[in-house]
Write a new protein. Sequence first.
Length: 132
Amino acid sequence: MVELEKQLQNEVKQLFELGAQADQGEASLPEGLNIEDEIAFRKVRLETLANTKAALEVWAQARYAQEKAEYMAKMQVREEKAKKQGEKPRGKPPEPPTEGPHEKDQYNFTDPASRIMKNSTNNGMTSTTTPR
């Protein structure tokens, strides 16, 4: 998402430069190119990316709170078990949750409950998990 955002910002900058050159008569615009429409289109995409980032951040905060509660419960059980047995617990301690959105988090504005899930052929398929 960061790469796409940088690419769009770079394209907007290039379009502004192309428009300035065309205004000064240094370059001619390709036929059918409307710079205002192209810039507006890319700005809308940048706004959509910003909204997506905000939605993912909210979702990640909720997930982090839940994962942290589960982590604390596991650590409490582990500590109680250690006190009861009188020795250090065996095995690796559970991994603490990470804050913020993960690299592969997704958000779908038309259907927020759906996610892209792998199927048996290892292709991505949009799926919705329903609570039972």
